[in-house]
Design a protein around this ligand. Structure first.
Ligand SMILES: [Zn+2]
Length: 211
């Protein structure tokens, strides 16, 4: 008889707890094979990146690809787990690291994305690293207006430079003590992009902060 070995692909979960302060939740690789890329950045986050408060990191195992803009996503097993994690930790800062195929780049930053996909385009920070809001399916229902919610994207086969920028972004979010500190640090690095993010948030959500 041939014995089969089943490998259960587990997610990567880590909590860094520095006592009093805000809670940050980073959930990477939420669909398809994206977790194979996002883990490269998630595992770089260390104890030293968090000054106070909590950082919860979850990098998802491989799953069936469903867009997070699709309401069915949050009914899937992995989508449900994400809802559960958000409800459980109630993060003040929520970051969702993704990756994209090179052929999707134009579609993601397309200024007509609003007309085509019903959501604002992503904004390029540099080297193919993009930011935007998280799915409207969860932004206004699970989070408070003043919470920070950011989708972070880079190519699924990132250059060293792109990966570096992406990790740097995560470390800035991990090290910020509140929204205004995070905004100030990002504004210093990417003033034009933050201005655009602010405009998109206003147009899309109304009286909302940029992320
Ligand atoms: Zn994605």
């Amino acid at each position: 008889m041939v014995k089969k070995t089943f490998v259960i692909k587990m997610g990567f979960f880590r909590v860094i707890d520095k006592g009093q302060g805000i809670t940050r939740l980073f959930i990477g690789g939420v669909h398809g094979k994206e977790g194979l890329t996002t883990i490269k950045a998630m595992k770089e986050l260390s104890n030293d990146d968090v000054m106070e408060g909590k950082l919860v990191i979850y990098n998802c195992p491989e799953s069936h690809y469903i867009s997070t803009l699709d309401p069915l996503y949050y009914q899937s097993k992995i989508g449900n787990e994400i809802l559960h994690l958000i409800n459980y930790y109630k993060p003040d800062i929520y970051i969702e690291p993704h990756c994209y195929k090179n052929e999707s780049y134009k579609k993601l930053i397309d200024l007509d994305r609003m007309k085509r996909a019903g959501v604002p385009p992503l904004i390029e920070l540099e080297c193919g690293v993009l930011i935007g809001s998280v799915s409207p399916q969860i932004r206004t229902t699970l989070f408070k207006r003043e919470d920070v919610c950011i989708t972070l994207e880079m190519p699924c086969s990132p250059s060293e430079k792109s990966l570096h920028i992406y990790i740097k972004f995560l470390k800035i979010a991990a090290g910020s003590r509140n929204r205004s500190e995070l905004e100030a640090r990002l504004n210093q690095l990417y003033p034009d992009q933050i201005k655009r993010a602010r405009r998109y948030a206003r147009e899309f959500f109304g009286d909302y902060p940029p992320f």
